[in-house]
Design a protein around this ligand. Structure first.
Ligand SMILES: [Fe+2]
Length: 307
């Protein structure tokens, strides 16, 4: 079966581009890339011209996942396979491909309206224009492991999981059924792509109606100190913390969750593991976190963050 190699980029629809720019650069440590005034803002994490694309939109939600292939031949074989399974896949024109900073681009849309975009060649920045973060000590963990991960809250989780495995060709990493807070049990199923980041996409089942398509997206830095430094920057800038510093037992990620200007969360972490399919054993966990990740009340609750 042909499967995606890695999650190369993420596209977000945001209502306040200016707020996002300050947040992305000064809090997250991303670098501004290509800008179209009033329309879009590309953000860099490495030598790619763009890893996160912000599109001006009132949706304030996750718009698209950019799935990368190593070769054009792999991309073409994958698209043929998806079409053979009865899923409509369109080829985008030069305008959309250029906006994503890739050469050829194909797209299909899942049940929840998330676009899954497929490409093999992304534009790299000029070799003299190396990635530079104004706040990070280290860099971001990207390369063949891609931009990070995202966790959706689909309307029909069984169909969403089938899409991950049967259409994208992702493989099950593990599952967690645990309490995010007392009485708040969530069930999360984690999937990895061929490159092996523990998960590129996870499906969360939650006991309340979801406000957004995603619960969070994740970006990973190489130096664990940058997680603590980002946490301090959030506190200093008044960025709401959804979940405190903590550690996940499955992907071994040390992280915290902050609330983006669009209302969905961003996990900022370090230390995530890579899956080797030859030796990997799928496990079922009963705790979301082995320490920390304490859930804070929503920032607009009467007794706001008590810290
Ligand atoms: Fe995560």
């Amino acid at each position: 079966m042909h499967s995606v190699s890695t999650l190369g980029y993420m596209v977000l629809g945001v209502s306040d581009l200016a707020a996002w720019e300050g947040f992305a650069v000064n809090v997250l440590g991303l670098q501004v890339g290509k800008r179209v005034a009033g329309e879009s803002l590309g953000l860099r994490m490495d030598d790619y011209e763009q890893r996160i694309l912000l599109l001006k939109s009132d949706i304030d939600d996750f718009l698209a996942a950019g799935w990368e292939f190593e070769t054009d031949a792999q991309l073409d074989a994958f698209v043929a396979q998806v079409r053979a399974r009865g899923v409509e896949v369109a080829e985008e024109g030069r305008a959309v491909a250029g906006q994503r900073r890739v050469t050829r681009l194909f797209v299909c849309v899942d049940d929840d309206g998330i676009r899954h975009e497929f490409y093999s060649t992304a534009y790299r920045a000029n070799t003299r224009d190396t990635f530079h973060s104004s706040v990070l000590r280290g860099g971001f963990c990207t390369g063949r492991f891609g931009a990070g991960h995202f966790v959706t809250v689909p309307k029909q989780s069984a169909r969403a999981k089938a899409f991950c495995e049967d259409i994208l060709g992702l493989k099950l990493s593990d599952t967690i059924q645990g309490d995010a807070a007392p009485g708040l049990t969530v069930d999360v199923t984690f999937f990895h792509a061929r490159a092996g980041r523990h998960h590129s996409l996870a499906i969360a089942e939650v006991p309340f109606p979801a406000r957004k398509r995603i619960h969070h997206m994740m970006i990973e830095c190489t130096d664990p100190n940058d997680v603590g430094l980002a946490y301090d920057r959030c506190k200093a800038a008044g960025v709401p913390i959804l979940m405190e510093l903590g550690h996940h037992p499955n992907d071994q990620m040390f992280s915290f969750y902050l609330i983006s200007p669009s209302g969905f969360a961003i996990e900022f972490g370090a230390g995530g593991i890579v899956v080797n399919d030859d030796t990997w054993e799928i496990r079922r966990y009963t705790e979301l976190s082995d320490w920390g990740h304490e859930l804070n009340p929503p920032p607009d609750a009467p007794a706001s963050n008590a810290h």
